[in-house]
Design a protein around this ligand. Sequence first.
Ligand code: B12
Length: 306
Amino acid sequence: MIDSFTPKQVAVALQVSESSVKRWCDQGAIRTDRTLGGHRRIPLPFLMEFLEATNRRLVDPSAIGLDPTDLVFGHGSSMRQKQSLVTEEPAMLTQFEKALLAGDESTCRKIVSNWFAMHGGITSLADNLLSAAFKSIGDRWQCGTVEIYQERRGCEICCQLIHELRRLLPEPPGNAPLAMGGTASGDQYQLPNQLAEIVFRENGWRTISLGTNIPFASLLSAARKHMPKVFWLSVSHIENIEQFVVDYNHFAKNLPKGVMLVLGGQALNEQVRPSLSYSAHCDSMLQLANLARSARGSLQPKAGHI
Ligand code: B12
């Protein structure tokens, strides 16, 4: 995976001068590491942070070893193609789905890294690449044109890649607010739960993912023990709706005061949602990221109270 870059590489990737990048490093706009010899090095997560904070995109990702046009078109792609990476996303999605079904982990890794870098974070990767690819795989599984093992192997590959991205994120500060979550009994869906965790982490939260398929009583024990500011519940599958509503609402009612309960997942349709009590519901990881940012902002100590 990608590690860290020199100011010169980053300057070429952003199509700005090297001195601008060095200035941003020295001003703290781009968090920077130093080599033993004192040279500036910019780790990928810090570059991502900068892109997101300043609403910039990589103009030439190949300067930091990423080149989606190579993946989509093969070598020798024209400058015009390089300048319109966003319009190539449908082709990347098709290629990703193919690679997932073929079990081609290395192509999947390249596409995931490129998408992550192009968008400066996990949300678009989750909403526009992973969710879309698995939706199509699910439809093909239903039609019988995809083997069960191909779908499962695709999930294994993605779990692995998400784990690798997680390692790239900076450690949250010890005093950051805590978000905790997981899935309830009968829900075995790992990807959305892992992605929700990374969204919080990427937005400066400490996180505890409890994993999948956990009885509500045990989710409640975890919340009481660790007292998170936010508890996310990812709901992709409900075995018995009536039972779920009873168990869920008991859980929600008994959560310690002050814990914000945030729901998401494709099983929470219009039929189920009105019967549940919660603090917020998000349809996408983009919405969750916005919530994570604003909830964190409202928890920051005010000036003079530090
Ligand atoms: C992979 C998969 C599985 C795997 C999961 C493996 C694993 N280790 O995670 C396994 C094998 C468990 C599985 C089993 C089943 N599956 Co399945 N599965 C899928 C598949 C292909 C992909 C789901 C996925 O992981 N997507 C990737 C995530 C990232 O995307 P997402 O779910 O769209 O989530 C996005 C948003 O909803 C939101 N979001 C999601 N969760 C959360 C949480 C929070 C907090 C927030 C804020 C946002 C959020 O953000 C995400 C990113 O945009 C879907 C197809 C599809 N259309 O999704 C079928 C699908 C969901 N499965 C289906 C079925 C029928 C089943 C089974 C009932 C099959 C069976 N007969 O056994 C079982 C039930 C399992 C169970 N008890 O949990 C059907 C459901 C049909 C329906 N509407 O009822 C689908 C739609 C396939 C299909 N086309 O028929 N499945």
